[in-house]
Design a protein around this ligand. Structure first.
Ligand SMILES: C[S@@+](CC[C@H](N)C(=O)[O-])C[C@H]1O[C@@H](n2cnc3c(N)ncnc32)[C@H](O)[C@@H]1O
Length: 251
């Protein structure tokens, strides 16, 4: 039997489900929820975005959602199929997509900000990868991740059920606690660490391509509006309720 590494298995999974993952940013309701998640993730960066790197960029829709806010966007994903979709959807001049393992990426010019959504727990050695991402980021620049978290048992149960029944759902659904995320970022040599809860109502719409998308558009708008309020009001108490955590730190 040929042994397949976790990284290789992950890459083939995302090649196989590339079309389905890309569709989530085309469907109207999930697109609204995914834009909200991105906006909230980068709201922790208190500086102009400048030159940005997205790790595990998927079909690259962050490049479209953030258009006008960055000087250059570089998206990296080890799934070649996803990068093909990204190049078709976003052919703009200041947007570059690389099909590569993030651990092997080399860049001459440093990034002002590197970010990733739902990617850190897929990396085989998160501390090592973060150290590498740090080496690609200018000193004092931002590194931000949005990650599923285990604080709400009902949310973890919902993820467990999905893992069991949805064959397109990655089995690498590790949920890092706030403490574990902090340690990973500290061990990678990052400083000025901030962690905030994200996503109370809108996350399922961002994650699953539900049917009746047109009818769900209003629901998506309302849930993002409520989430914006809840995310601002509940603050760190939300660690016990939210679907995700955002962790931001300086390189
Ligand atoms: C859960 S998906 C998230 C995709 C996208 N960020 C989104 O929010 O839809 C994880 C992504 O990380 C990518 N990925 C995982 N490990 C990687 C690595 N070592 N280098 C580059 N990309 C990686 C996968 O191919 C996949 O596209």
């Amino acid at each position: 039997m040929i042994a397949v590494s976790r990284g290789e298995a992950d890459r083939s999974l995302y090649d196989r489900i590339a079309a389905e993952l890309s569709r989530k940013d085309v469907l109207p309701a999930s697109r609204i929820a995914r834009q909200h998640r991105l906006r909230q993730t980068l709201s922790l960066v208190d500086a102009p975005l400048g030159r940005i790197l997205e790790v595990g960029c998927g079909a690259g829709f962050s490049a479209a959602y953030l258009r006008g806010q960055y000087l250059e966007y570089v998206g990296v994903d080890h799934s070649e199929k996803l990068v093909e979709f990204a190049r078709q959807y976003h052919p703009q001049d200041n947007t570059v997509f690389c099909a590569a393992d993030i651990n092997l990426l080399k860049c001459e010019q440093p990034f002002d900000c590197a970010f990733m959504i739902g990617v850190l727990h897929h990396l085989e050695e998160p501390v090592k990868s973060l150290r590498h991402i740090k080496s690609l980021t200018r000193s004092g620049g931002w590194i931000v991740a949005n990650e599923p978290q285990p604080g709400n048992p009902l949310v973890s149960l919902a993820r467990g059920i999905r893992k069991r029944f949805d064959e397109n759902y990655s089995t690498d659904q590790v949920e890092f606690s706030a403490g574990q995320l902090r340690k990973i970022f500290l061990d990678a040599g990052l400083s000025d660490i901030r962690i905030v809860p994200q996503g109370y109502l809108s996350t399922p719409l961002a994650e699953v391509a539900l049917p009746l998308q047109r009818a769900l558009t209003g629901v998506a708008e309302l849930s993002c509006l409520l989430d914006r309020g809840l995310e601002a009001m509940i603050g760190n108490w939300g660690n016990r309720l939210s679907w995700n955590l955002i962790i931001a730190a300086r390189a």
